[in-house]
Design a protein around this ligand. Structure first.
Ligand SMILES: Cc1cc2nc3c(=O)[nH]c(=O)nc-3n(C[C@H](O)[C@H](O)[C@H](O)COP(=O)(O)OP(=O)(O)OC[C@H]3O[C@@H](n4cnc5c(N)ncnc54)[C@H](O)[C@@H]3O)c2cc1C
Length: 385
C-alpha cells in the first residue's frame, strides 16, 4: 500500500515526487509507460529544456486567471530558480527572457533522479484503469495493480504520442465526475487557406512580427514553413486562436505611413524587411514596387495591411507536432491551494492534464513544477501535522 502514487513521471510528477521525498515517512511510487523518466523534458527546448521565463504571470496562460495565479504565487519562478540553484543548476537566459539548461536537459533530469532516489519507480508500465474502494485507490497497469491512499494524476496531454502520451488523465477525471475540456493541439503551426498560399513560397525564412489574436499581442519570430506558418509567435498565437482572423503586423513598432512619407525610394527598400518577404507581401497586397512618392491613395490603403494582415488559419499541424494539449480537467473542480479534487478526497490533478496551458517560453514547465510543488506541500502538511 502506497501513501502516494503518482501517475506519470513527467515534469509535474517528478517535481511532486522530489518535493515529497523530504518526507521520509511517506511511501511514494511513480508509474510511467516510458522506459526513462521525463521523456518530454529530455527533448524539450531543442534538448536544453526551456525551464521558465523572466516574466511569468497568469496573463501568459489560457485558463482561469485566479486559479493560475494562486498556483504560480504558491511556487514562483524565483522559488523554482532558487530550487535549481540549490541543486547545482544555474539556468542561462537566452533571447533576454528564456531560462534554459546550459548544456542539456539532463542537467535538470539528474536533479530529479537524485532527489527521488528513494522513490519507487515503475517504468515501462501502462496505466490502464483506476478505481476507488472505500478510501483506497486501486491502479491497474499492464503488469500488476497497486493500492494507494492518495492518487496524483500527472499524465499530461496527448501531443507527441510517440512518447507514450495518452488521455488516461482525462478518462480518470471523467470517471470520478469532473468536468473536462477535451484536448486540442496548441503551441502548434497553423495551416493556410488558399488565399494565403503566397506564404508557401517563403518557406524557410523568418521575420519578427506582432500577432494580434483574441485581444492578445504576441511579439516574436514567425517562420514560414512548407505547410503553413510556425515559429514562436505563431505557436503562442495558436494557444489563443479560436476562430476567424488573427492579425499579423510585419512592421511591429514602426509606422508604415511615416516610412513612405516624402521618400523617393522604392517601397521594398524602405520597409526594411527581407527582399523575398517584401516582394511577396507587395504582390499579395496588389501593390507595385515603385517609388513611395508615386503611390496612389489605393496603394497606400492596401499598404496599411502590412501592419494588420488578416490571417484566418485553415487548421493546425495536429497533435504530432503540437508542443502541448490545450484543455484538460476544469479547474473549477480543483482547489487552487492544493490541486486536490473538490469531488473525491485524496485525488489530485497536476501539470498539463489540467485545463491550464501556457504560451511558448518555459511557461508550461513552470506550470507543471508549480502545480507539482503545491500538491506535494499539501500532502506533506497533512502527514507532518
Ligand atoms: C517537443 C516538445 C518540446 C517542449 N518544450 C518545452 C519547453 O522548452 N518549455 C516548456 O515549458 N514546455 C515545453 N514543452 C511542453 C512540456 O513538455 C509539457 O507541458 C510538460 O512536460 C507537461 O508536464 P506534465 O508532467 O503535465 O506531463 P508530461 O511531462 O507529458 O508527463 C506525463 C507522463 O505521463 C505518462 N503517461 C501518460 N499516459 C500514461 C499511461 N496511460 N500509462 C503510463 N504512463 C502514462 C507519459 O508517458 C509521460 O511521461 C514541450 C513539449 C514538447 C512535446
Amino acid at each position: 500500500m502506497f501513501d502516494v502514487l503518482i501517475l506519470g513521471a513527467g515534469a509535474s510528477g517528478l517535481m511532486c515526487a522530489a518535493e515529497l521525498a523530504s518526507c521520509k515517512d511517506l511511501k511514494v511510487g511513480v508509474i510511467d509507460a516510458n522506459a526513462n523518466v521525463g521523456a518530454k523534458i529530455k527533448i524539450s527546448g531543442g534538448g536544453k529544456c526551456n525551464i521558465t521565463n523572466t516574466e511569468v504571470t497568469e496573463n501568459n496562460y489560457l485558463g482561469d486567471e485566479n486559479f493560475v495565479s494562486s498556483v504560480l504565487n504558491a511556487f514562483t519562478k524565483e522559488e523554482l530558480l532558487e530550487f535549481l540553484h540549490e541543486n547545482g543548476l544555474k539556468p542561462v537566459i537566452r533571447k533576454s527572457r528564456y531560462y534554459f539548461c546550459e548544456k542539456s536537459s539532463d542537467e535538470i533530469l539528474s536533479i530529479f533522479r537524485r532527489l527521488t532516489k528513494n522513490t519507487q519507480y515503475f517504468l515501462d508500465e501502462n496505466i490502464l484503469h483506476v478505481s476507488k474502494d472505500a478510501d483506497i485507490f486501486v491502479v491497474k497497469t499492464s503488469r500488476t495493480q497497486y493500492q494507494t491512499k492518495n492518487l496524483i494524476v500527472a499524465t499530461g496531454g496527448v501531443s507527441y504520442k510517440t512518447l507514450n502520451a495518452t488521455d488516461i488523465g482525462i478518462q480518470i477525471a471523467k470517471q470520478f465526475g469532473h468536468e473536462v475540456t477535451e484536448f486540442s493541439p496548441a503551441l502548434v503551426g497553423l495551416t493556410l487557406q488558399k488565399d494565403q498560399f503566397w506564404m508557401k513560397e517563403l518557406s524557410g525564412i523568418s521575420a519578427e512580427v506582432e500577432i494580434d489574436v483574441e485581444g492578445k499581442k504576441l511579439r516574436e519570430e514567425m517562420l514560414f514553413a512548407h505547410r503553413g506558418i510556425s515559429g514562436p509567435a505563431v505557436l503562442s498565437a495558436s494557444l489563443y486562436w479560436k476562430k476567424g482572423n488573427m492579425f499579423l503586423n510585419f512592421l511591429p513598432e514602426r509606422d508604415i505611413n511615416a516610412l513612405i512619407k516624402n521618400s523617393k525610394k522604392n517601397i521594398s527598400s524602405v520597409l526594411n524587411l527581407s527582399k523575398r518577404l517584401s516582394k511577396a507581401l507587395l504582390d499579395a497586397l496588389h501593390v507595385e514596387d515603385k517609388p513611395c512618392n508615386k503611390l496612389t491613395k489605393e496603394d497606400i490603403d492596401n499598404l496599411q495591411l502590412i501592419q494588420k494582415y488578416p490571417f484566418a488559419p485553415a487548421g493546425n499541424f495536429g497533435f504530432t507536432k503540437a508542443e502541448v494539449s490545450r484543455g484538460g480537467v476544469k479547474t473549477e473542480s480543483l482547489h487552487g491551494k492544493s490541486m486536490v479534487s473538490k469531488k473525491v478526497d485524496g485525488l489530485y490533478f497536476i501539470g498539463e492534464v489540467t485545463d491550464v496551458t501556457g504560451e511558448l517560453g518555459g511557461y508550461n514547465f513552470q506550470w507543471a513544477f508549480s502545480s507539482g510543488v503545491v500538491c506535494a506541500r499539501e500532502i506533506k502538511s497533512r502527514y507532518n501535522g
